[in-house]
Design a binder for this molecule. Sequence first.
Ligand code: DLZ
Length: 208
Amino acid sequence: MSTTIKGPSNNETKYDGSALRIAIVHARWNKVVIDALVAGAVAKLKEHGVKDQNIVIQSVPGSFELPLACSKVIAGSHVQAGATATDLLGGLSFGTSTPTFKPVSRSSTPAPIVAALPSQPFDAVIAIGVLIKGATMHFEYISESVSHALMRIQLDTGVPVIFGLLTALTDEQALERAGIGRVNKGHNHGEDWGVAAVEMASQCRQWS
Ligand code: DLZ
């Protein structure tokens, strides 16, 4: 029996993600944590049958940029070509202690900013950012404004935006919530976001 009362409970319904198209938009600040969260989300999307070519990953400089990028990605006007989950995660490796990231080599030709329109609109977007509290008020301003904006985008567009903004008070808290804590390993919340994306995307298809 579980010893904790926290966290999402398992849904008895098993959702089939094989027909879904999902975008992950992530910030690049606090990269070690971000990489683990993105990997966790992708793993669960794939476990639920989402096809590799239907997982599109877009990065932005920091969490503050997440809402605009999510909005553009949903509108379908800013989809980068060729950045599938395998391309981006091919160089990611997790050892037993410190995770490392080997950048995947890319062609010297920059990817076109605007690619062909997607064959199918996105069924859900997972917005992933990691805010770690520092000495200034940045944390409060960014976390509040981004949270409100992401909620507004999903209500305005009707496309689920999964809230993957970690707001941690310490580095260790952030690492633990990505399943790579140095003392307690913790649980990778990115996995929960992947599962939530498949469930919400599937349900929204039924509700509409
Ligand atoms: C400026 C800033 C700070 C202080 N901290 C973070 C952080 O912990 N996590 C994060 O994702 N982004 C941070 N940023 C960058 C802002 O989100 C944003 O990218 C810049 O202010 C440019 O708009």
